[in-house]
Design a binder for this molecule. Structure first.
Ligand SMILES: [Zn+2]
Length: 298
């Protein structure tokens, strides 16, 4: 503050136009202002944006990259009127009204609770190893274009299951005990025959390439930069390995019916990870269909 005041006086004194004073740098956000979407906000490079809810509760802090852009993921259940300020106090706060999602909710009764989960020691060990591989991959961050260049469809075919719907399963276990679980579909399914090409929806670095995870089957994680990572599941062929750098449209492998599926399809999910935070438990999935509608910035 003192340094800036001094600069203002100094520059005025030398007859130059005064630089922007505090509260004059505008935060300008574009992208998809909808629950499950992604905002791309322009602000002062090197500053930190604070995202708050309507009641002023701080939701998360997101660093502004060197090119002045901050990539802010929005939860599926995000507060509807977001307030974005910058921590350093250089900008006027902006309010971003979000469009509300209207995802269907379904209750499914009478299921066998044990059917879907890993049961035998071998299955449980396999599921455990798979979980560790995924967590390790989600913990690595690479540079890349993020959402700046937009996203293309990773495979050509009809969308069979959108992001967002929640399903509550009420069932009975092996020993007659009741069970209940709720799961949300956090990806975007494309119905395609086994062996259909899967390509990178945007440039990135491969952080996981495994032909056989327990629930997921053949799996590829692709880190696009800015914390955005694409996840591709149930693949029959995985043609990339950890560390491979790919361009948008490059082949990653082929679709399949591996892991826990009900038929051949590609499950494409995109996770927004907040690289400003060390807490990977607060990362979340956003809606890939909304990313396909983003306008490229370059
Ligand atoms: Zn899916």
């Amino acid at each position: 503050m003192i340094l800036r005041d001094w600069l203002l006086i100094g520059l005025t004194w030398f007859g130059l136009p005064a630089p922007m004073a505090a509260n004059e740098v505008e935060i300008v956000c574009s992208g998809q202002a909808v629950q499950g979407g992604l905002l791309i906000c322009e602000a002062s490079p090197g500053t930190t944006l604070v995202v708050s809810g309507a009641k002023g509760e701080a939701l998360r802090e997101v660093a502004v990259a060197e090119d002045g852009l901050a990539t802010i993921g929005l939860r599926r259940t995000e507060a509807l009127d977001l307030l974005i300020t910058d921590k350093e106090g250089w900008s006027e706060p902006v309010t971003i009204p979000l469009q509300k999602r209207d995802d269907p909710f379904r209750t499914i009764k009478g299921l066998d609770c044990d059917k879907v989960d890993a049961r035998t020691p071998e299955q449980k060990a396999h599921a455990g190893r798979s979980w560790v591989k995924k967590q390790d991959a989600f913990g690595t961050f690479h540079d890349g274009p993020g959402a700046r260049t937009g996203f293309i469809r990773p495979s050509i075919g009809p969308a069979s299951s959108p992001f967002g719907p929640a399903r509550k399963y009420i069932g009975v276990g092996k020993d007659g005990e009741p069970c209940e679980s709720t799961s949300v579909h956090r990806g975007y399914d494309i119905a395609i025959p086994i062996g259909t090409d899967i390509v990178a929806p945007a440039a990135g670095t491969v952080t996981l390439g495994d032909p056989d995870l327990y629930y997921e089957g053949g799996t590829v994680f692709l880190d696009h930069g800015d914390g955005l990572v694409s996840v591709f599941l149930h693949m029959s062929d995985v043609d990339v390995a950890v560390g491979d750098v790919v361009a948008a449209g490059d082949r990653l492998g082929a679709s399949g019916n591996t892991g826990r599926t009900t038929g051949p399809h590609l499950h494409w999910a995109v996770k927004w990870r907040n690289s400003t935070s060390e807490d990977r438990g607060k990362d979340f999935y956003i809606d890939p269909a909304l990313l396909l509608e983003l306008d490229p910035l370059q």
